[in-house]
Design a protein around this ligand. Sequence first.
Ligand code: SAM
Length: 271
Amino acid sequence: MPSIKENKSLFDGKYNWTNRGDEWSMAWGGPSMQWHGTILPRIKSYIPTNRIVEIACGYGRWTQYLKDLCKNLVVIDISGECIQACKQRFSECSHIEYHVNDGTTLDMISDSSVDFVFSFDSLVHAGESVINAYICQLQRILINAGVAFIHHSNLGEYDGTYSRIRKIPRLEGLLIRLGVLEKNLHWRDFSVDAKKVERFADENGLRCLSQEIIPWGTKRMFIDCISTIAKNKSSLNRGNRIFRNRRFMEETRYLLLLSHLYNSVTNQASN
Ligand SMILES: C[S@@+](CC[C@H](N)C(=O)[O-])C[C@H]1O[C@@H](n2cnc3c(N)ncnc32)[C@H](O)[C@@H]1O
């Protein structure tokens, strides 16, 4: 399980940020394709808005789009290096606030002040205590009609299977070679899954509006989940809509294909 310490050590010093994280969008044909084709259709009902908080912003791969969708943007990361890089990258934007946190705390955000909380491609590496800590604070920081869009691990769904397999030496390797288990679990956390996140929301006066359970660079295993969360008393409240989207990787491949035709030539590297 990647701990806060391991996340900080990797992303605050060890990781080579030369490409600002754009390398993680290669399967989509770049950050712009991923933003416009995958992320925007899923958050369009909640933006533009007044105040957005982005948890775990990295070098600003999504900040570059979020900043134009609100009057005030707060970006938070455990990595001082990332926050410094974002300060430089967005130095002309006076409506962005920057905070280095301890990996769980949102104390810098005042009560009932946030319309939209966004976190994508970061908290998939976080364990249940981190996810629970952030969810606990949503109740306090969100306005009544506020929404959080949180991308997190669903690897916990497979925890029992892995524990049994790992009791038999060499079985895991064999099953990977036979193609039964995935080779790369993308540093996802085994302690988090969609059900747990739904429960954390329920325990904190919140509700999942939807949970999209998805593969992520995987063929069969649904290792990720995107949970959209609102307050219990929100007018948006409804029963949780859960969708196991087995076509998510097709979406990725389709956008990559389109990117070859439509990404701008002058801007190819940053698209
Ligand atoms: C894989 S990078 C992704 C960054 C950005 N979301 C993107 O998609 O380009 C993960 C980021 O999450 C940050 N991070 C990891 N755990 C965190 C935590 N518990 N709280 C805040 N930031 C965290 C890391 O410092 C790093 O910047």
